[in-house]
Design a binder for this molecule. Sequence first.
Ligand code: NAD
Ligand code: DAU
Length: 332
Amino acid sequence: MQRLLVTGGAGFIGSNFVHYVLSHTDHHVTVLDKLTYAGNLESLKGLPGQRFRFIKGDIADAPLVDELVSSADAVVHYAAESHNDNSLHNPRPFLDTNIIGTYTLIEAARKHGTRFHHISTDEVYGDLELDDPVRFTEQTPYNPSSPYSSTKAGSDLLVRAWVRSFGLQATISNCSNNYGPYQHVEKFIPRQITNVIDGVRPKLYGKGENVRDWIHADDHSSAVLTILEKGRIGETYLIGADGEKDNKSVVELILKAMGQPADAYDHVVDRPGHDLRYAIDSTKLRKELGWQPQYQDFEAGLEATAQWYRDNEAWWRPQKAETEAKYKEQGQ
Ligand code: NAD
Ligand code: DAU
């Protein structure tokens, strides 16, 4: 049994990880989460009280972080400002949380000799051409495009430097785009599903030719647990499930899953600096640590996700109007 401190555990991927860990291991979990607009305690309902506790707080609060890290066997660091569009309008919170927050955590982990796993994104590598035969690997040079991805890149580099200079017991993973339950309605897939539920046409940025490499959140969780258990200290592992799809195809699949005509969507203003394509080569994780994704059928996963949003309107409804009002101001 391990005592895990999970930062950002009330967010999308963090909450999926907490559910996954509590049902697949006997670990105890403490979640540290600030409950920003993206955090939702409803995502952590029904967890076993003897093995789970929630602490509301900021990862940049050094005394609180020091106390929590001192009583953990490992830290799994998900907390972040995570949305590219928000970072283009107000970058400051991205610096505070993604850079200073990560710095605060690794200082505590170094002081207490605590195992640390840093969650990051494929966006640190920039983007690829649509016809580029090469995918991102652990050797791809960093080339982030947005305030969000540049602060994630900065946080990765801090962790790498702390490993080399101070012997921090850390691993890093960079994952592709996740989908599944508990994702905030600002993000692409839940935004379109909940638009269709509301009788509103999905909104595609630009031409919709941008490609994302989709992975189910449960596959991300199993990969992180595998790295935590078997990963080599100081190493980076890329996580991906060979799920490349252009945005137009994803919208068409959502419309199909929800019984709407395939062309019932609108093109809207493109995102400035919009990355064209992400694609992950996860050979290292698969060969070295024996990990395999379980969700191979994207269309079935998308149908199940659409059904989850239909069944859980009380979870997302409170965020929907405010999120759409923000997009409307930006012509999106
Ligand atoms: P999210 O926005 O849904 O959740 C972020 C969580 O962090 C929220 O619960 C929020 O309240 C919390 N948080 C924010 N600032 C905090 C602070 N200062 N102190 C404590 N808690 C704070 O994000 P997500 O999509 O679940 O992403 C989680 C992590 O995974 C991020 O590090 C992100 O970069 C990474 N990631 C995301 C994806 C994806 O597709 N969503 C893919 C790869 C990597
Ligand atoms: O690649 C991993 C990253 O995936 C994570 O690091 C980020 O935290 C996560 O938010 C996600 O970033 P993206 O910018 O790729 O995700 P988003 O859901 O915002 O958009 C996915 C694609 O869909 C992108 O090409 C922009 C487009 N899009 C998005 C929205 C919200 C639309 O066409 N219409 C929309 O309404």
